[in-house]
Design a protein. Structure first.
Lengths: 359, 359
């Protein structure tokens, strides 16, 4: 692990600074390996009354088993399906910026799993799963039932399906051994076998001089796994992503400023996002505030955090200073919230150039 | 068959005019049974270059086998999936207006088939298929690969899958015997077993005093089955749907006016649609021009004809005069082209009331 949390990630940006060998190895190395739940989003319009009947709390995400998932699906209106999953969205964003990304996650050999695999590969992300044999209705690929109410709020019920069995067999040592960063989704800590596999992944990554990044994913993940996340910060992470609320919960502070101070003490490079208020990058030399990128109309905030992480990860593995990487994160987040869906539609690379971040 | 093509369809609109028995039977009777290919749309963005490489002609629909479908899908970008199918969209529209609709079509026991079944039922359409056992990659539910270029044009490759095996076993005599209208998709004439089944369906419908409606679906269908469509007009149909181009091809005329004259001679109630120029309803008492409904921004014209048919069919089975039914068709078409997707999103019933068509 580097003593300066920024040094390994924030590598020199011009080829002149890099020995020929290192430059060659850089060109074949992946920028980021993202690890998380492979999920297909299944979206439908819904009324507040339906949410109440289904015992769902508006604006939240609940994990549900296959019986409850089937019961909710039965009551949902006509659906649209599109690949999602937090870390998978981030991998898609890195690839859309022109980066080299891979994804690790578990799918079943069913329609959802094949669509997920097609979609993430189609954007240029390396993904080589060993699908679990499917049993219709019981052993299925993970999916997130998204109920969209008229106020544009999203209420989610996620049935992890085979994603919940993510384990050592799903780690791809080839990818883990040849990446600059591995990026882990906090949601995985909900799953015992995945948690063990993450330990292995961290070890392989560090053995191969990769940095380890964690997003704490959701306030409920922080609530469930606070001690483990703090322990990871203490000894295993080079990079942390959290939003304002999550950061305050993680460090048990009552103000955002106190959370910034607490994360600074860990010495880990951290990016704390604040929605429309931009982000704060906490480096070894102190916190830097980065304003949010301008956005016309906010249509759907799904994927904002995932795409912010994509921009930051691509930036930092491609020669940007952390504060500029955070600006790129903001540009990517602004794109994804300007349309429905959690994956980029516009040309992220062109937006990055437009923002003066790449020539 | 009624001698006046409009008389059976355009039934009295007030309960006072109807004997008590008939009124009771009307409340349990279906308005429309729609018969067609059960298809799920699989959409992705594409470039003109990709269309050329894939040997697809921009703006057209091609039928493809499973090998070619797989090859096209492999080259497509990240996809979104949503239920479609021409007659199925019409059934969804009738139900969205508050009508009683059923759909007949063949699906496989796979993810696409289950999604199709869920979606059409969720809007209130009766659909009770006997799914064909699926073989991944080979025996699959029908789907339409839709490549959307930047100019918003759609280029489609349809793999009918098991929909191509639609046959007598898929007819639901209960539905066919208790509906006011059966509505048949011209696309079905491409398939030998479906063609035979359509003969049976027409017989069952007529035996039970239902009217038979046909949409010729597509210029290529008219090209392939012109003689058969003319024969149907001669002896089996009470209602015909065609757009301007299809009508001119069907009657072999070089002007639209001549096509109107030709259809008038058949004595069959006909609705000829002209896009932004509205429609012409050809009744026993002559043609009536009906202007198109106003629409803000045309976002996606997919489903315009299907939803026009839905409005017309609902109108005519619920007491509207043919010209008012055509106005309702225009209102429904305007709604579906104002957003992406081939099924209604807004409250069609409210739009019909707003247009003064229902109290």
């Amino acid at each position: 692990m580097p003593s300066d949390p920024g040094s390994e990630l924030n590598s020199p940006s011009t080829a002149d600074d890099v020995p020929a060998d290192a430059a060659a190895s850089r060109t074949t190395r992946l920028d980021v390996v993202c690890v998380g739940n492979a999920l297909v989003d299944v979206l439908a319009s819904a009324t507040d009354e339906l949410l109440t009947e289904l015992d769902l709390v508006k604006g939240t995400m609940a994990l549900v088993d296959h019986v409850r998932a089937a019961a909710i699906y039965d009551r949902m209106g006509a659906t649209t399906e599109a690949s999602g999953g937090s870390a998978a969205n981030t991998a898609a964003g890195v690839a859309a910026l022109g980066g080299r990304a891979a994804f690790l996650g578990r799918v079943a050999d069913d329609g959802l799993g094949r669509a997920f695999t097609h979609d993430i590969r189609s954007i240029g992300v390396a993904f080589d799963p060993t699908p679990t044999p499917a049993v219709p209705g019981e052993v299925v690929s993970g999916h997130c039932l998204v109920l969209v109410t008229e106020d544009a709020e999203r209420t989610m019920a996620t049935h992890l399906g085979v994603a919940s069995e993510f384990g050592a067999v799903d780690l791809h040592d080839g990818h883990l051994a040849s990446t600059q960063v591995i990026y882990l989704e906090g949601y995985l800590w909900e799953q015992p076998t995945a948690k063990v596999a993450m330990r292995d992944a961290i070890e392989v990554a560090h053995r191969n001089d990769a940095s380890v990044a964690l997003t704490v994913s959701d306030p409920f993940c922080v609530q469930h796994h606070r001690a483990e996340f703090l322990e990871l910060l203490d000894s295993d992470l080079e990079l942390l992503f959290a939003n304002e609320e999550e950061a305050m919960m993680l460090f048990g502070t009552s103000s955002f400023d106190a959370a910034v101070d607490a994360v600074a003490e860990t010495g880990v490079l951290a990016v704390l996002t604040r929605g429309a208020h931009g982000s704060v990058v906490v480096t070894a030399s102190g916190p830097v505030e980065v304003p949010a990128a301008p956005v016309g109309q906010v249509v759907d905030t799904t994927g904002a955090g995932d795409l912010f992480a994509a921009g930051f990860l691509y930036g930092i593995t491609n020669g940007l200073r952390p504060e500029d990487a955070a600006r790129l994160g903001g540009v990517c987040a602004a794109e994804v919230i300007s349309h429905v869906g959690a994956r980029p539609r516009g040309d992220l690379r062109a937006l990055a150039v437009e923002a003066g971040l790449f020539g």
